[in-house]
Design a protein around this ligand. Structure first.
Ligand code: PLP
Length: 424
């Protein structure tokens, strides 16, 4: 198959009109498909149906004898912290179990840092010269929205396939205004990559000008495997402690994509000093989390093996959807040199890099054909992808058949946009 650049003007014009005809036929199908957000589908939520009857009417006493129905226990039940300790790679006493959203925990940590400062720092971040946070790109749009909402400057750092470009990170942290970095270390959103051992160790031993630099370690996909492979991710708490920076990492995770996306548990793990700091702030905000939900999760998931078995059931439902996207992209795009896409081993996303300058057009064309895609640029701070290249595909929510149709349509739009750009 020739590449677009080697086609004669006549062949290019013919290809363009063939694709246009196909696109008009696609539009005529009147599809209405949504590939925007990484939400679990309802059959995935059904996997946790048994949880809704738990902990049961009389089962409300926690291991420590307290009544889970009552106020209190801001840090979370000991048994819930023990359940998630292996997921987080932290001892139970360094874990906080909160209500349903880890994004809310990230929000609160930023707010507390801005208003109060963090251990080892020089006071509130908001009272210092305008601060910045490093944002590996492509990245998670809601991390960027948080920063933007609080006026925190974002510095994009390219991802390399093994995590962020550490040479760029090392240069950037020489500026004392740089207070942190967002990291989705395993099955990153959206590239799917997992940080290499070297990346984690370099992050842990970074020489930062800011004494209160924080690694915001959003391990949202810690147990969300799509294959038999199990990536090895260096334990960030241990690596930072060994490097002499125990307070540097704050780990976040949740059961949003394990049990119920709107009714799961959010988790935070960090050094003893950071956990004490967090609880001191959070104690003003709440008298305690929903501990019945914590008991419900303990009864339902039981232990690390229970979590793994449950995640296998998710995998059985969603791995075929990821495969359908890869197949549809390959069938249409292989050989044309107009796009590249990831085949992630876990997580919730596929990154589709289209021909430079055409991502916005691909999203527009897909929209015209009834397929909603995440806006081009969403994977970058301020919504600005300098190459207008990267798209995030979220295959979990629609049915398998819908995913296949949507991916075929996106592939057609990708090729059409590239051909039209070449012809222009
Ligand atoms: N972090 C990442 C990297 C995500 O991709 C998502 C959801 O897509 C979240 C956090 C949201 O987590 P939660 O539901 O716990 O707020």
């Amino acid at each position: 198959m020739p590449s677009l650049t080697t086609l004669s003007p006549k062949a290019l014009a013919e290809l363009r009109s063939d694709l246009r005809r196909e696109f008009e036929a696609l539009k005529a199908q009147g599809l209405k498909l949504d590939m925007t957000r990484g939400k679990p589908a309802s059959d995935q939520l059904d996997l946790a149906a048994g949880m809704l009857a738990l902990p049961g009417n009389r089962d409300t006493t926690a291991e420590d004898g307290t009544d889970a129905r009552n106020y209190g226990n801001l840090q979370g039940l000991a048994e819930t912290r023990a359940l998630f300790a292996p997921v987080l790679g932290a001892p139970p006493e360094q874990i906080v179990v909160a209500n349903n959203s880890s994004l809310a925990l990230m929000h609160d940590v930023l707010v507390y840092a801005l208003l109060k400062g963090v251990p080892g720092g020089q006071g509130p971040w908001s009272k210092q010269e305008p601060i910045a946070i490093l944002c590996p790109v492509p990245g998670y749009d809601r991390h960027f929205t948080l920063c933007e909402g609080f006026g925190i400057r974002m510095i994009p750092i390219p991802m390399t396939g093994e995590g962020p470009d550490m040479a760029a990170v090392e240069r950037a942290v020489a500026d004392p205004a740089v207070k942190g970095i967002w990291c989705v270390p395993q099955y990153s959103n959206p590239s799917g990559e997992t940080y290499s051992d070297e990346t984690v160790r370099r992050l842990a031993s970074l020489k930062t000008a800011a004494p209160d630099f924080r690694i915001l370690w959003d391990n949202a996909y810690a147990v969300h495997h799509l294959t038999e492979a199990r990536p090895s991710l260096v334990n960030i708490l241990e690596a930072c402690a060994e490097a002499g920076h125990p307070d540097r990492p704050i780990i976040f995770a949740s059961t949003s994509k394990v049990t119920l996306a709107g009714a799961g548990l959010a988790l935070l793990a960090s050094s003893p000093a950071n956990v004490k700091w967090y609880l001191a702030q959070a104690g003003r905000r709440s008298i305690g989390p929903d501990k019945l939900n914590q008991l419900r999760h303990v009864r339902f998931l039981r232990d690390a093996a229970g979590i793994a078995a449950h995640m296998e059931r998710h995998r059985a439902l969603i791995a075929p959807k990821f495969a359908a996207v890869s197949e549809a992209f390959a069938a249409r795009l292989d050989g044309w040199e107009v796009a590249r896409w990831t085949s992630p081993l876990g997580g919730y996303f596929i990154t589709l890099d289209v021909t430079d300058g055409t991502a916005t057009e691909v999203v527009r064309l897909a929209g015209e054909a009834g397929i909603a895609l995440t806006p081009a640029g969403a994977t970058h701070p301020y919504g600005k992808d300098p190459h207008d290249r990267t798209l995030r595909i979220a295959p979990t929510f629609p049915s398998l058949d819908a995913v296949r149709k949507a991916a075929e349509a996106v592939a057609l739009c990708t090729l059409l946009a590239a051909v039209e750009a070449q012809a222009a």
